[in-house]
Design a protein around this ligand. Structure first.
Ligand code: FCB
Length: 453
């Protein structure tokens, strides 16, 4: 068995997000978010659930910090609920909200765990959605003000800031397909939202630099490498190129190159997405604002996309847990290495961090209250082997955050999909580390991983 070492000082971490785990306590002062509103609409969440209790992290956070410490991670990535800080998106802050994050952050620091704070992981204050949400340029300004307030309050303790999590999801799932809050099905609105999210990243970066010059800051993109089903077949190659443009380049290019990809601008014009109003939402200077120098790029990676006709055989194979996760996403670890080779060449950064990677599987709690999850363990082993190989090539991949520390509210899937290293029994809120947790703990301690088949 091939043994693969990770670099010294490699940042091992685990991740979560506010809406997915926190829950609410009556009177906690958090304002409603677009995800509360979305959950309240019948049929939007597979199991009809919501975020009212979630993992009850608001009360149980000391236990969750213990679990992170047991796992041996050096870093914990979590997000701030904007409406917990500013219930109406702007205006008067909610002191109880700030207090909660201060306690959590101090609890982490006490255990020697470095907080990595994401300022936006999708829970936009409802009050801002009423004014057009991310379709409204003003939301970008409100985000920069909220970010500045929070950074100023916590800059003594937090040295790692991520402005946004996965702008593609906000734009496309939230505004084009309608699978996520706010549930719009308007492709032009998706481009407007993408632009304002990116603009807000740039505006917030400037404020973070002024307020916390000693901190590291960047953005997290979800990247989904695209492959033609039949390499060399023109239609498939073209489909892969457009998919890559829509999913990856539309976000990478503005952040790294201060421009949107020309071929994709033409594509959205030709396909009628952009319409008669044209690109009126892009103002002079916006792209320079977006392309602020970043200290790192965060990458969330789950799978790849294969474009072209894959046929019936593929659909049947989706049940094989070695090839497909419980989300039906292909297990594609090699594409992770391809992705980093490309990033290093086309979008060189000072540092990269994998800010999410992991898998949902259909976990079963045994009578002995254990969870054996060999497929998740294998998924992690395969991807970590690639991580070690990426580092060995000299690409500055400096850390890896497993998604997720806990089973949690998986957006449109509700609590049906479990991504945790720790099982959550939602009836009792008991936390039960899965076998993948025990395995990853050893990998982290040894700072090396063995190849699996
Ligand atoms: C990512 C999200 C995260 C989680 C994982 C499975 O797109 O950032 O919140 O839902 O997918």
């Amino acid at each position: 068995m091939q043994e693969r070492a990770l670099p010294k000082n490699f940042v091992w971490g685990a991740a979560s997000s506010s809406f997915q785990i926190e829950g609410t306590i009556p009177g906690d002062g958090r304002g409603p978010s677009i995800w509360d509103d979305f959950c309240a609409q019948p049929g939007k969440i597979l199991d009809g659930s919501d975020g009212v209790i979630a993992c009850d992290h608001l009360r149980l956070w000391p236990r969750d910090v213990e679990l992170l410490s047991e796992l041996g991670v050096k870093a914990y990535r979590f997000s701030i609920a904007w409406p917990r800080i500013f219930p109406d998106g702007r205006g008067a802050p909610n002191p109880a909200g700030l207090d909660f994050y201060k306690k959590l952050i101090d609890g982490l620091l006490d255990k020697g765990i470095t907080p990595w704070v994401t300022l936006y992981h999708w829970d936009l204050p409802s009050a801002l959605e009423k004014k057009g949400g991310w379709r409204n340029r003003d939301t970008a300004l409100a985000f920069a003000d909220y970010a500045a307030y929070f950074v100023e309050q916590l800059r003594d303790r937090v040295k790692h800031w991520i402005t946004h999590n996965e702008p593609w999801c906000v734009a496309v799932l939230g505004h084009r397909t309608g699978e996520h809050a706010p549930g719009l099905k308007d492709p032009r609105a998706a481009l407007e939202a993408a632009h304002h999210v990116l603009l807000s990243h740039g505006l917030a970066m400037k404020r973070i630099r002024e307020l916390a010059p000693d901190a590291e800051a960047g953005i997290t993109l979800n990247l989904n490498p695209a492959y033609p089903a039949h390499p060399g077949k023109r239609e498939d190659e073209e489909a892969a190129h457009v998919y890559d443009g829509d999913f990856n380049r539309w976000y990478l290019d503005p952040v790294f190159r201060a421009s949107y990809p020309k071929d994709m601008m033409q594509h959205y014009e030709k396909t009628g997405v952009i319409g008669a109003k044209g690109w009126d939402f892009i103002h002079a200077g916006d792209l320079d604002t977006i392309a602020q120098p970043n200290d790192f790029l965060g990458i969330n990676y789950y799978s790849r996309a294969v474009l072209g006709d894959r046929g019936l055989e593929e659909a049947a194979a989706r049940k094989d847990p070695k090839r497909y996760t419980g989300m039906g996403w292909e297990v594609a670890p090699e594409a992770l290495q391809d992705l980093f080779v490309r990033l290093a060449k086309e979008y060189p950064a000072k540092a990269y961090y994998i800010t999410e990677n992991g898998a949902a599987y259909d976990d079963k709690l045994t009578a002995a209250r254990q969870v054996d999850d060999p497929h998740r363990l294998r998924y992690y082993a395969l991807h970590l082997s690639q991580v070690a190989q990426i580092c060995a090539r000299g690409i500055p991949l400096k850390g890896y955050f497993a998604w997720s520390i806990l089973d949690n509210f998986e957006w449109a899937y509700g609590y049906e999909k479990r991504f945790g290293l720790v099982y959550v029994d939602y009836a009792t809120q008991e936390r039960i580390p899965k076998s993948s947790f025990h395995w990853l703990k050893e990998v982290i301690a040894a700072n090396k991983v063995f190849d699996v088949l």
